[in-house]
Design a protein around this ligand. Structure first.
Ligand SMILES: [Fe+2]
Length: 240
């Protein structure tokens, strides 16, 4: 039996990652997966990146916010977001991310696959070129079939939309663990999943667990960052 801890969209929310670690401390994982967006808007990007760097069984890809941070660091102009309170979080991350963690993020691919328990598992952030929009829980089946036809994985693990779901279309699994550090679905608790492969059988369990939002907001306050984020963390809603 192979158990895989599935994480995504932590967005520098180390208190949420620690809550997950405590919750699963009795489990042994064959792999720990992160489908991107390690960074922005929390103030713990180094702690989050280092947590994965220290784990030999971690398998990770970059997300769109990570890519933006890396682009800014190479001198590229930040086009989006436009709102100043959001932009400042990217610039703060760029100024505070340690060189070894920048190197680590730079070393990660945008997609990758691995095998566990004889099954091929693909990792995607969700907004890659070629197929356009990410998959949502209520996307038409035809869209899921397009993904399945394009990639030969039996399990597709995705992030980016910050909404957890598990759908099976023509026997192919599509799993989004939701956002560990910045949920958008109205439930402020940290979201993650455990994927188990046993004798070729796939089981997916979703979890929602509370974490200390105050620790995240006090990190923002301590660094003189905008106080508009407290509401986002407390309600589990996107900041508009
Ligand atoms: Fe994200």
């Amino acid at each position: 039996m192979k158990k895989i801890l599935v994480l995504s969209d932590i967005h520098a929310n180390y208190p949420a990652l620690m809550a997950i670690q405590n919750h699963v401390q009795r489990e042994t994982f064959h792999r720990i997966v992160n489908t991107g967006d390690f960074t922005v808007y929390g103030t713990y990007p180094n702690e989050v990146v280092q947590w994965f760097r220290e784990r030999g069984n971690a398998i990770c890809i970059v997300g769109n916010t990570d890519k933006r941070v890396l682009e800014i660091l190479t001198g590229k102009e930040l086009e989006k977001p436009k709102r100043e309170e959001k932009r400042i979080m990217y610039f703060w991350t760029c100024e505070n991310l340690l060189p070894e963690n920048v190197r680590y993020l730079n070393s990660l691919p945008e997609q990758q696959g691995f095998t566990a328990g004889g099954l091929r598992i693909g990792l995607f952030h969700g907004d890659f070129d070629g197929l356009g929009n990410p998959l949502w829980p209520d996307s038409p089946e035809s869209l899921f079939r397009e993904w399945a036809a394009k990639f030969s994985y039996q399990v597709h693990v995705m992030g980016h939309i910050h909404v957890p779901f598990h759908r099976i279309v023509d026997g192919v699994h599509f799993l989004n663990p939701g956002s560990a550090g910045r949920p958008f679905d109205g439930d402020p608790r940290s979201s993650f999943a455990i994927l188990t492969v046993s004798s070729g059988k796939i089981t997916v369990e979703h979890f929602r667990i509370p974490y200390s939002v105050e620790e995240v907001t006090s990190g923002l306050k301590k660094n003189g960052l905008p106080d508009i984020y407290g509401e986002m963390y407390r309600t589990g809603r996107k900041l508009n």
